[in-house]
Each structure stands twice: as structure tokens, then as C-alpha cells.
Design a protein around this ligand. Structure first.
Ligand code: 5AD
Ligand code: SF4
Length: 446
């Protein structure tokens, strides 16, 4: 049997796509492997969001060139595929820079992989089209259902934040139909999935064709999915503040399956920087939004993304970001140094922030957010929370799962609880994980 190795970088949608590429190859008779040395097809599913992420591709391709040559010496063929957002952004340049690459395929064309692989035996091929046909109509059924699975419901972005490559690599915003999403979710649930995270670059702008022929927004989609037998939990990510409407905020109060966690990137707390980023809202709008979300769901865990050192960002601008973080209080967050991306408006600016200032600001922001995260995690010690157990832990006799607030918990419990909700008493909070034991005297709240 031929073997395929898929490595994915970047966001959750890339992880989803990597799984679907494995499905496509699986339907062609390839078995998945996690040992690159034995793979007949190697796929790198790349990320272009920041410079560092994109650079990884070329160093990895250097290693693969050696591997390919070694395998050839022993008579084995290796097809090397570059997929994902670097493929979309750099296309044929990749063939020029990396001689070992056989196929370059973008995020909207990977359903063509079998044909591209076949063609690559006579010439190197690039497919970075945004085809009219929907790739989802051409993908085979999903082959695996993890306890917690991702499901793409919306893709692409029309917002054009000044720093961001996504509108160029993923294309315009497109939503899948409720029927197609429901069918995929039902199949996942039948296979054992208990939690689905609905993903999209701009997921809260979701507006797919509804079951009744009218457009459905995200709350209607979630209400529909919440009726699927076996599906216990729903989440969605990632959102833009301007698409966080009253209905979606109310959904956090009204849909029991929707977990109390919201990732709502703000990027900066300075109105001047938000304006320069083309985010189209100010810091107080974000504050008011958060207040409304907390009114609907007081215990909601908040998460965000921040960029420090956007061109022209002053000490005062950064102080505004620190003040916003201090006021709101986040359970978790991602922080990034601004990285100029080719083709984006911000990359043209000549008022770049010095690297030293970026590093200093990043460290200060991370320290504040780390302190908030530790305090947040510590707040659960002594309480009993529902944990959806996802998999075996590192040590035998341990399993790992997630709380409603998306915290990872290690529990001393047998593997038989995998795939179920168990009440867990939290005994200790580590840096990234909580530790707990099954609370035999408690029942799950759900
Ligand atoms: N530089 C730094 N961070 C970026 N992000 C997106 N583009 C850039 C960039 N050019 C961050 C944003 C976004 C997250 C996915 O990545 O914070 O929300
Ligand atoms: Fe990038 Fe998100 Fe802005 Fe879209 S909404 S351009 S993905 S930061």
C-alpha cells in the first residue's frame, strides 16, 4: 500500500484542510503515515500569515530534497507537494526555488490532488486557481472522527485588514450551505465526534443557504447542529468584532451546546492603530461588545489576538493596548510582532517600528496576558467542571480532555472514559494545563 505523509502549519483551517487532503489520498488507496521516510507522497500544508511561518517551508523543503534523493537511490519514488497559503501566494516561484517539489496546490484546489499527482510524473505542476466549482462538492467523505473535530463552514475574507494576507491566499468570503454542513456534522457524530468547532477566517460573518431556501446566519446554523444526536458541544472560531451581532451574542445565552468561550481578535487597543489597520472599529466599540457578551454569558472565557509594532505604533498606542488588556481580562491570547507581508498595504509603509521596541512591547504584553491566564486557570482549583475526554494522556492511566472554557485537563482515569463527558474536580493548575480527578459524587451539568 502506498503511504502519504501530511504536515500542516498554521491555523485550524489548515489542519482541517490537511485532514481532507489525507481523505482525498485515502480514497486513492494511500494509507496515512507519520513517518516521512516511508512516504510515497509528502504534503507540506503551509502558512503565509507571518514571515517566520512562511520561511519554515523552504528549510523543510531542503531536508526533503535529501530524503527524496536517498529514497531514489533505493529505487523509491517520492512526490513532494507544497499546499496551503504559501503555495497560493508564491505559486511557480516555489518550483524555481525548490527543485525537489513536484506539485504546488492552493487551498481551493486540493480536491484535484489525484490528477495533479498523476500529471507530475511527466512535468512539475502548479494549481492555484480559485475554481468556480466548490471543492467541498468534490471531496470524499471524512475518514476519521476525533472526539473533538473541526468543520469548515466559511472560508475567505473580504475585510482586507492592512497587515493581512488572508484575503489574497484564501480568496473572497464563501459560506457552505446548512445542509452540507449538517451532513458532514452528522457523519462526524456517527463516527464518535462529540464536539465540533465551526471554523472560518471570518466565521461570524457566516451566511449560508438555509434548509428553507433563505440565508442562515451562524446562530441558525448552530441551532440546527445542536439537534444532531450525539453532538454535545459546539464552538466557533475565528471572529471579527464587526460581525458580532445581537443574535450571535444572544446565542451565547440561548444555545446550551454552545460553549462559553469566545476568540475575538482586537489586534490593538489604540484607535489610531486600529484605523491604520483598517479594522473599521475603535477600542471602545470592542469594550462595549465585550460588555454585552458578558451580560449574555457572564462566565464566558475571552481570548484575542494582538499585533505589536504595527508601522507607526507609538509608546502611547502600545500603552492603550496594555490598558485595554488590563481592563478586559483575557483567559488566553495570541501575541505577534508585526511582520510585513508582501502585497499587503501595510508592507508599503516606511514608518516601521524598530525591532528592539517590538521585542520590548511583545514581552510586556505577554507578561500581562500570562498573569491573567494564570489567575484565570487558578480560579478553577477546587471546583468541579465537565470535561469532554478526548484522548489518552502522556502517562498510562491518564486521559486528557477540555473544559467548557477550553482549558486542557489531565485526569487520572481509565481510557474507557474517552469520548464521554465526566465531572472533574480540579486539584491543581499548571502553566498550560489543569490537573483533576473524576468527581464521583457529582453529575455532569449537561
Ligand atoms: N504580522 C503579525 N501578525 C499578523 N497576524 C495576521 N497578519 C499578521 C502580520 N502581518 C495575526 C493577527 C491575526 C492572527 C491570525 O495573526 O493577529 O488575528
Ligand atoms: Fe485577516 Fe482576520 Fe482581518 Fe480577515 S478579518 S483580513 S483574516 S485579520
Amino acid at each position: 500500500m502506498k503511504k502519504a505523509f501530511v504536515k500542516s502549519y498554521g491555523c485550524q483551517m489548515n489542519a482541517y484542510d490537511a485532514g481532507r487532503m489525507a481523505d482525498v489520498l485515502g480514497a486513492e488507496g494511500y494509507a496515512a503515515t507519520d513517518m516521512v521516510e516511508e512516504a510515497d507522497v509528502v504534503i507540506l500544508n503551509t502558512c503565509h500569515i507571518r514571515e517566520k511561518a512562511a520561511d519554515k517551508v523552504y528549510s523543510e523543503l531542503g531536508r526533503l530534497r535529501v530524503l527524496k534523493a536517498t529514497r531514489r537511490e533505493s529505487g523509491q519514488d517520492t512526490r513532494i507537494v507544497v499546499a496551503g497559503c504559501v503555495a497560493q501566494a508564491e505559486g511557480a516561484e516555489i518550483l524555481a526555488r525548490a527543485p525537489a517539489v513536484d506539485v504546488v496546490v492552493g487551498p481551493q484546489s486540493y480536491h484535484n490532488l489525484p490528477a495533479l499527482l498523476a500529471a507530475s510524473h511527466t512535468k512539475r505542476v502548479v494549481d492555484t486557481a480559485f475554481p468556480i466549482e466548490d471543492k467541498f462538492d468534490h471531496l470524499p467523505a471524512r475518514r476519521t472522527s476525533a472526539v473533538a473535530s473541526f468543520l469548515t463552514v466559511q472560508e475567505g475574507c473580504d475585510k482586507f485588514c492592512a497587515f493581512c494576507v488572508v484575503p489574497y491566499t484564501r480568496g473572497a468570503e464563501v459560506s457552505r450551505s446548512v445542509a452540507a454542513i449538517r451532513a458532514e456534522a452528522e457523519a462526524l457524530a456517527r463516527g464518535g465526534t462529540r464536539e465540533i468547532t465551526l471554523i472560518g477566517q471570518n466565521v461570524n460573518a457566516y451566511h449560508g443557504l438555509g434548509q428553507d431556501g433563505t440565508q442562515a446566519a451562524l446562530p441558525a446554523l448552530m441551532r440546527e447542529l445542536a439537534t444532531i444526536p450525539g453532538l454535545l458541544r459546539l464552538r466557533y472560531t475565528t471572529s471579527h468584532p464587526n460581525d458580532m451581532d445581537g443574535d450571535l451574542i444572544r446565542a451565547h445565552a440561548d444555545i446550551p451546546a454552545l460553549m462559553p468561550f469566545l476568540h475575538l481578535p482586537v489586534q490593538s487597543g489604540s484607535d489610531r492603530v486600529l484605523n491604520a489597520m483598517n479594522r473599521k472599529h475603535d477600542a471602545d466599540t470592542y469594550r462595549r461588545l465585550i460588555a454585552r457578551v458578558r451580560e449574555a454569558r457572564p462566565d464566558i472565557a475571552l481570548s484575542s489576538d494582538f499585533i505589536v509594532g504595527f508601522p507607526g505604533e507609538t509608546d502611547q498606542d502600545f500603552a492603550d493596548t496594555m490598558r485595554l488588556v488590563a481592563e478586559i481580562g483575557f483567559a488566553s491570547a495570541y501575541t505577534f510582532k508585526y511582520s510585513p507581508r508582501p502585497g499587503t498595504p501595510a508592507a508599503e509603509r516606511e514608518d516601521a517600528v524598530a525591532e528592539a521596541a517590538k521585542s520590548e512591547r511583545l514581552a510586556a504584553l505577554q507578561a500581562l496576558l500570562d498573569a491573567q491566564r494564570h489567575a484565570y486557570n487558578a480560579g478553577f482549583v477546587g471546583s468541579v467542571v465537565d470535561v469532554l475526554v478526548e484522548k489518552a494522556g502522556r502517562e498510562p492511566g491518564q486521559v486528557v480532555g477540555k473544559t467548557p472554557h477550553l482549558l486542557t485537563v489531565q485526569i487520572d482515569a481509565p481510557a474507557t472514559v474517552i469520548g464521554t463527558l465526566v465531572p472533574v474536580r480540579i486539584v491543581r493548575a499548571g502553566t498550560n494545563t489543569l490537573f483533576g480527578e473524576i468527581a464521583h459524587d457529582a453529575a455532569v451539568a449537561a
